[in-house]
Design a protein around this ligand. Structure first.
Ligand SMILES: Cc1ncc(COP(=O)(O)O)c(C=O)c1O
Length: 462
């Protein structure tokens, strides 16, 4: 990493300004006001440094699985700089050069899909999907097929409507009343299901969707939204046969499949998109976070040509096309960064690295499970892994949140930033989450899992 370009004095002022005026995301402020907030100054590869000059290895790609190609990528910064100097912004009612090129590159990687709608965040991208479903219901189905089914434990964004589609109950608590027309169906986490050991569990779990469609009435249900692998809900990989059955049910009842790739997309799981591991044909796919690895804000809502064609109304009809806008969806720096991001993933063969390092990471976590009874379950795909901690293996009772806090703090002390499920479910915020950048090496993973090992050994001794 370069030598810090800021003086100690100016960094101290920054910390004071932050403490006085910045309202941070997701964290409790009281402890932060008493201590000093962490302010990250610089990053390179997998490592970041704070205002005290302390270096950390970041096992969660910017805290929330975003910086897929790692920090300090000058070529992305240059691509954004060049684009901004040439043409920074024009509303996406017109096109721009990187937008057209990136849409073309993306569609190459998503057989069966053909249209890309640009916006700025995962929440916004998912909201576009919901609006498409609602408008189709209004214009094609006399208001029927407007309901959207979501799954327990999944998360799709922070707005009130995204929270209406949120299966993480602690996250939505106190923010209601919610948007009507969203209905939940049960999760597919075998570890916490009384039929989780059944070889047909994938089919059993997916059939829960059919039960809800039948209960609500198939003519009222327009879409189901699913994360291919649930992220913040505990890194839940779908059981065998799950998506085959989801596809069969959706085809049978004319229900659109909306896949939320905000975390899994752009190589995180070893394929370009998480859904591509499974036998499913989405109608809508939403991606954000890793699309430009955090170097610019960009989200894409991608659809089939068939769905797009339903909005190709006769131009004399001024109401039947998709009347949506995202001001900053017209920022040309986003697709410029995304194009360079894709080039890096391809040139450095990062998908292969994800598969190889992902297997290594899961192996290390399984070794921890052998060593510590507290590690109840290990799950994941590619560089996207979770270890669920339990107080008792037999009953699978989660560890107390204080234990989770101690482990995260211990790793931080050792210079390793790990993630955990956070404010998702009362009593079930007990999964350690790891999602290092796609460039990580065995040594990086040894350091990350080694720190968890040391933290667990200290907890055991207490
Ligand atoms: C699966 C999933 N979908 C959507 C979102 C929302 O994305 P954003 O925070 O960019 O609005 C997130 C954010 O963590 C997510 O994990």
């Amino acid at each position: 990493m370069n030598k810090p370009i800021f003086s100690d004095e100016s960094l101290k002022q920054v910390v004071d300004m932050d403490r006085s005026h910045v309202w941070h995301h997701l964290v409790q402020h009281k402890p932060m006001q008493e201590g000093a907030p962490m302010v990250i100054v610089e990053g390179e590869g997998l490592r970041v440094r704070d205002t005290n000059g302390k270096e950390y290895i970041d096992a969660v790609s910017g805290g929330v699985w975003t910086v897929n190609v790692g920090y300090g990528r000058e070529s992305i910064a240059n691509a954004v700089r060049d684009q901004l100097a040439q043409m920074c912004y024009f509303s996406n009612s017109a096109g721009n050069i990187p937008g057209a090129k990136f849409a073309d590159r993306l569609i190459e990687k998503m057989p069966g899909l053909s249209r890309v709608y640009f916006s700025t965040s995962g929440s916004e991208g998912n909201e576009k999907g919901f609006k498409l479903v609602r408008q189709l219901a209004a214009k094609e189905n006399g208001g029927k097929k407007h309901k959207i089914i979501y799954r327990d434990r999944d998360y799709h964004g922070t707005t009130i409507t995204n929270l209406s589609a949120c299966g993480q109950h602690q996250r939505k608590d106190q923010y209601g009343p919610f948007t009507p027309g969203f209905v939940e169906f049960p999760h597919c986490l075998a570890y916490h299901h009384d039929r989780g050991d059944d070889p047909d569990f994938g089919v059993i779990a997916a059939r829960e969707l059919e039960k809800v469609i039948l209960r609500e009435g198939p003519d009222s249900v327009g879409a189901v939204i699913l994360e291919p692998i649930t992220a913040g809900g505990g890194v839940i990989t779908p059981p065998d046969g799950y998506f085959d059955t989801i596809q069969e049910i959706c085809t049978k009842y004319g229900v659109l499949i909306h896949i939320d790739e905000v975390v899994c997309g752009m190589g995180r799981t070893g394929k370009w998109f998480g859904y591509q591991h499974y036998n499913v044909k989405p109608d809508i796919v939403v991606m954000a976070k890793g699309v430009a690895s955090g170097y610019a804000a960009i989200a894409c809502t991608v659809t089939t040509e068939e769905l797009f064609a339903k909005f190709l109304a006769d131009s004399s009809d001024t109401m039947q096309y998709f009347r949506d806008i995202s001001t900053f969806g017209g920022c040309a720096g986003g697709p410029a960064a995304a194009l360079e991001n894709v080039r890096i993933i391809e040139e450095e063969n990062l998908l292969d690295n994800v598969v190889e390092m992902g297997d290594y990471l899961l192996g290390l976590l399984h070794e921890l499970k052998e060593k510590y009874p507290m590690v109840g379950d290990v799950r994941g795909k590619g560089l996207f892994a979770g270890a669920e901690l339990v107080a008792d293996r037999k009953s699978r009772t989660p560890v107390d949140e204080i234990v989770m806090n101690r482990i995260v703090a211990d790793c931080l002390e050792q210079g390793v930033m790990i993630g955990r499920t956070n404010r998702s479910f009362q009593h079930y915020n007990n999964t350690i989450c790891l999602s290092p950048a796609l460039i990580c090496t065995r040594d990086d993973l040894d350091q990350i899992v080694g720190s968890i090992d040391s933290a667990l050994s200290r907890i055991q001794l207490q």
